[in-house]
Write a protein that binds this ligand. Structure first.
Ligand SMILES: [Fe+2]
Ligand SMILES: [Fe+2]
Length: 491
């Protein structure tokens, strides 16, 4: 009996663990929540519009209108929930975009009854999958297509099927694509594929070849050449508008993350010139964090951008950080005031947030700035302060937090802790010694409660340790001296 209870508990624990993420969802302001609800109600009303315009037939008819209204309202609610689950730091502007695109589709459907769903649903899916991920895009497609068929204009079910398949392909690819060039390829290949699909399932009217014009794509139903042309044009337009949408709605596309990671960006150039030590630390940290994130299948592009900008706040006073002192005098020694030194350390986080705001870094990237320090103690200055005054409060020597809220920011915190220790390690140290140091640092962070919100499994923590070790081995290999000219008998 006891074994059975244990087994049930084990299964329930596994079930709870599989229901990720357990992170807190973003809190949306009351006014924004009200506006989002209002748009959802409008979408539901538009969908029920076809019913409402008909004369009331019987009681069952009224019930079906009410059911339809609440069905669409619930769908919108589910869509918002899914998007918040997939993007834990989603903001209200992004939800407005998601719901707004659904509203635009509904308005177009009512006003241009002959427009093909293919040419308007697929480009919108591309925007959503790029900015908010594949799962949100797939949910959006399902809801947009549930809303589409209506009683007055019966669409060809093959067209809806082709729209569904094309949208799903765009949703899946859009969430993975990393460059604008690949986006361009998709915007050519998907319309081409949709055209072939329509040709086989719907056939082609020979007159269409002679009557081809842009007007046909909107005013004439079933003209597959004009529909394909409209689809390709709108997809290209979506790609052109993407950078504008990124800055208006704060979308973080993979292409944007890659652009941010460009080391020729003015902010990163400033870091490399004004704080070269911090820049070097950042580059090694990037290697550690990227490798670990890849191992646990996290967002590598996000962690790379986050790592590059995490210590950007050190620009306010580079010389106060040991990596930039280059053997010269340590100003903290001259200051001889641990409390003031702790304030300077905390300032690298506060100033970093200010710089991130000034340079309009996306929120998920800016989150790395406070979260990489979490609520860690500034051990050295706390020790110095305790030497002077035993009763001094530890809280004055703790970073303000918050602790890492995602796996990516938590990996950066762990890499930040291990970087200096691994850099300082003897070149002849064994793998076992390096792994011991990595494990010790990670265990200290766990004991300190820094990883409470990042939900790592034991397996993931093991993979992180192994990946840090692998990067260290790579770095050590680079540091091993190659034969010099004098004893170089081969080339
Ligand atoms: Fe830092
Ligand atoms: Fe750092």
């Amino acid at each position: 009996m006891q074994n059975l209870t244990r087994l049930i508990k084990k299964i329930s624990d596994l079930w709870i663990k599989s229901q990720a993420p357990t992170q807190k969802l973003t809190n949306i302001k009351k006014i924004d929540r009200f506006l989002i609800l209002l748009i959802c109600v409008i979408i539901s009303m538009i969908t029920s519009y076809e019913y409402v315009t008909k004369p009331i037939q019987n009681f069952n008819f009224i019930i079906s209108v009410i059911i339809n209204f609440f069905e669409i309202l619930t769908c919108c609610g589910v869509l918002v929930y899914v998007s918040k689950k997939e993007n834990t730091s989603i903001n209200s502007r992004q939800i407005f975009l998601l719901i707004g695109l659904l509203l635009i589709i509904q308005i177009l459907k009512i006003n241009l009854k002959t427009i093909s769903p293919l040419s308007i649903i697929v480009p919108a899916t591309l925007i959503i999958s790029q900015g908010m991920g594949t799962i949100t895009a797939l949910s959006w497609v399902s809801i947009a297509l549930i809303n589409w068929p209506n009683s007055s204009s019966v669409m060809n079910e093959y067209l809806l099927l082709i729209t569904f398949i094309s949208s799903c392909i765009v949703a899946i690819l859009g969430g993975r694509i990393r460059s604008r060039a690949q986006l361009l390829q998709v915007s050519i290949l998907v319309p081409l594929g949709a055209f072939i699909g329509q040709y086989f399932f719907l056939g082609i009217d020979n007159n269409d070849l002679y009557n081809f014009n842009f007007q046909n794509s909107i005013s004439k139903q079933g003209d597959i050449i004009s529909d394909t042309f409209l689809l390709a044009t709108l997809m290209l337009l979506a790609i052109i508008l993407m950078p504008i949408l990124e800055s208006i709605f704060g979308l973080v596309t993979k292409a944007r993350l890659l652009e941010l990671a460009d080391q020729e960006k003015p902010l990163l150039r400033r870091l490399s010139i004004e704080a070269p030590g911090t820049f070097e630390h950042t580059l090694l940290l990037c290697g550690l964090a990227e490798e670990a994130t890849r191992m646990i299948s996290g967002n590598v592009d996000l962690v790379r951008a986050g790592a590059l900008y995490h210590d950007i706040g050190k620009l306010h006073a580079p010389n106060w950080f040991i990596e930039n002192q280059n053997g010269s005098n340590n100003p903290h020694d001259e200051l001889d005031n641990p409390l003031e030194s702790a304030k300077i350390l905390q300032a690298h986080v506060d100033k970093g947030i200010q710089i991130a705001r000034k340079y309009r870094l996306p929120k998920p990237v800016a989150n790395f700035i406070p979260e990489h320090q979490g609520t860690l103690k500034m051990g050295y200055f706390l020790f110095k302060a305790k030497e002077k005054d035993k009763n001094i409060s530890e809280n004055n020597f703790k970073y303000k937090g918050p602790i890492p809220q995602s796996k990516e920011t938590a990996i950066l915190m762990l890499a930040d802790g291990c970087e200096a220790a691994l850099r300082a390690m003897d070149i002849n140290a064994t793998d076992k010694e390096a792994l011991e140091i990595i494990s010790k640092i990670i265990n200290n962070r766990i004991k300190d409660g820094q990883l409470l919100d990042s939900n790592f499994s034991k397996g993931e923590l093991y993979l992180i340790k192994i990946s840090f070790l692998n990067v260290w081995k790579r770095v050590r290999h680079r540091r091993i001296q190659y034969p010099t000219e004098r004893n170089n008998s081969f080339s």
